[in-house]
Write a protein that binds this ligand. Sequence first.
Ligand SMILES: [Zn+2]
Length: 360
Amino acid sequence: MASEPVPDGDQPYDERVVVDLLPVLRRVVGARIKDPHTVDDLVQETLARLMSTSRRIDPDKLHHYAAVTARHVVASYAERNDRARKRAHLLAEAEDVEPPTDGLLRQEDGEFVSAALAQLSAADRDLLVAHEVHGADTSTMAAERGSTPGAVAARLSRARASLRVEYLLVAEGAVPPTDRCRPVLRALSSGGRRRQRELDVNGHLLACTTCAQLADRLFERRGRPAEEDGVVRVQVSRDADVVTARQQGREAAARAGFSLSDQTLIATAISEISRNIVKFAERGEVTVSLVSEDGRQGISVVARDVGPGIANPEEALRDGYSTYHGLGLGLPGARRLMDTFLLRSVPGEGTTVTMEKWLP
Ligand SMILES: [Zn+2]
């Protein structure tokens, strides 16, 4: 049974009050963080916290509380970052090396990279480590191996493609169900058309769900999210995808001409519905498109998943039904941030959220 559009409920507080705090948040965070993307992320995180708690705050003290919250968010970000840096040192080999072309060997999750390297042939592994870690150039490597620089470069490129596949398998905890899966994935990763035809890669992807999902992942890792006819499409299944969806949404909102504040609101709403997919459905996609209607311009966001569906959409839209460690805004928050919000859910089939915001 599909739910009907849920009418706007009582506004528990005026979110414009919180939104008016955005310049303060931007100043507090911007004074401490250089990277503009990180500033956006942390301002949004602070906004989410404020919107979930501001009802209990005396309006006179909101300004002060907002600044304190922003400082807390920055401090916990710095702490997370510090932990990640310490973890990076687990990859002893990657210390003081020249940056590898592919970047995978420098990734913070050293254990994953080591486990992925262990799945390569000894020859491929030696080649990658010599080049990416020890900085050997292809001419030297060719001389040592009685080969040509061109052949070494081609071999390196295939080894990197294989490493990307192995890394993905480790990171996703996936086990290839057939003997054909690895060769198919490696051919996909390296982009070799002839090899892909020989292996009937497309036929395999139709038959093998595991590889079909891994193939999506593989291409996300290699490039930016797909964009066709101005529609941005982001596959969502993990926390990192939430960040991608939010950033893409923010960029689309900027292209549509929304103010900085509205960009933040739209990006925050996209975060919330994407997070909802990760938490409850495991897998779905978010599309963002620019729309116009009756001379008005706006942005439309559709989040689809094939998860279990929401048994009681009205309850899910009630305030306090949060999806994110009790901190985030959840679906009710996303609804408050946008002009229109439509939730359709079929238990056992999935959920679609459609929301729009229009330029003033
Ligand atoms: Zn397969």
